[in-house]
Write a protein that binds this ligand. Structure first.
Ligand SMILES: Cc1cc2nc3c(=O)[nH]c(=O)nc-3n(C[C@H](O)[C@H](O)[C@H](O)COP(=O)(O)OP(=O)(O)OC[C@H]3O[C@@H](n4cnc5c(N)ncnc54)[C@H](O)[C@@H]3O)c2cc1C
Length: 245
């Protein structure tokens, strides 16, 4: 856990002393994706992580299962997950082009098996809700499930989501490391030990970070890359560095 820094801190800029538009803490699949897209948008970026890729990214199964994982009461989340999953093919294609690596996107659909009659009844009930939300899910007989996937054992039934796919998170991570590097980003192997915060304008806002060596880093004073006037980086004119938390 990263705690807010105590005392007065001056932000020193990037590892090489240069000023960055964006500082990302954590080089997992999310941090690196943000870093890569920000670099593509014309920002300068530094990512801090002592062990890139050792977090949940390493453990994840890589299911892109917006339908299969949609549950009661989660209609809005499910819609967002479905929209996000639909962006994966283009994201994977961009990333493969940028890195030269295969990220293991397999558009194979996903099957959920039901082991007994209760499982079938419960899955059917959930599938009705998923249908109401406009999701693509189809009930299969046990024989149809085995035809689709011969290793399926003695089951009572199954449910098929043709639009739920999978990706290899470890390959995605390797590709992101290359893409970030190729785009000019820096992944610095240091742990962030505390955050710089600013209370100007209301509640505390994170404005930078201090790494394990005591070096503090914060984004530059403002940024608006050419042609991307809608992008604004911290700190804005409402916040100042340095500040005491
Ligand atoms: C067992 C398991 C299975 C999963 N299966 C799926 C799945 O099938 N489909 C799916 O979509 N999602 C799945 N997930 C969720 C998915 O793995 C996460 O949502 C995703 O990996 C989060 O990425 P992240 O980059 O935010 O975090 P992480 O991958 O955890 O990356 C965080 C990074 O931050 C770094 N870090 C931590 N502290 C500091 C610090 N103080 N300073 C600097 N760096 C620091 C770590 O070293 C790490 O590299 C699964 C998760 C688990 C655990």
């Amino acid at each position: 856990m990263v705690e807010p820094a105590r005392g007065h801190h001056r932000a020193d800029g990037g590892a090489d002393g240069g000023v960055r538009d964006l500082l990302v803490v954590g080089a997992g699949i999310i941090g690196l994706s943000v870093a890569w897209r920000a670099l593509s948008a014309g920002l300068t970026v530094e990512v801090l992580d002592p062990t890139p890729g050792d977090g949940a990214t390493h453990a994840a199964a890589g299911m892109l299962a917006a339908v299969t994982e949609a549950d009661y009461g989660e209609e809005r989340l499910a819609a967002m997950n479905r929209d996000s999953a639909a962006l994966w093919p283009a994201f994977a294609a961009d990333l493969e082009a940028a890195s030269g690596l295969d990220v293991g996107l397999r558009r194979t659909g996903t099957m959920t098996v039901a082991y007994d009659a209760d499982d079938v009844a419960e899955s059917r009930r959930l599938a009705r809700t998923q249908h109401r939300w406009g999701m693509d899910i189809e009930e299969l007989t046990a024989a149809a499930a085995r035809e689709r996937s011969p290793l399926v054992g003695p089951v009572a039934g199954a449910f098929w989501s043709p639009s739920d796919h999978q990706v290899d998170p470890r390959s995605v991570h390797r590709a992101l490391l290359i893409a970030v590097r190729e785009a000019g980003g820096a992944v610095v192997r240091r742990r962030v030990s505390s955050l710089l915060t600013d209370r100007a304008g209301g509640g505390p806002r994170v404005t930078g970070a201090v790494d394990e060596r005591g070096r503090s880093a914060a984004p530059g004073p403002s940024c608006s890359p050419p042609g991307r006037a809608h992008l604004r980086c911290w700190p804005t004119s409402r916040s100042r560095l340095p500040s005491d938390p």
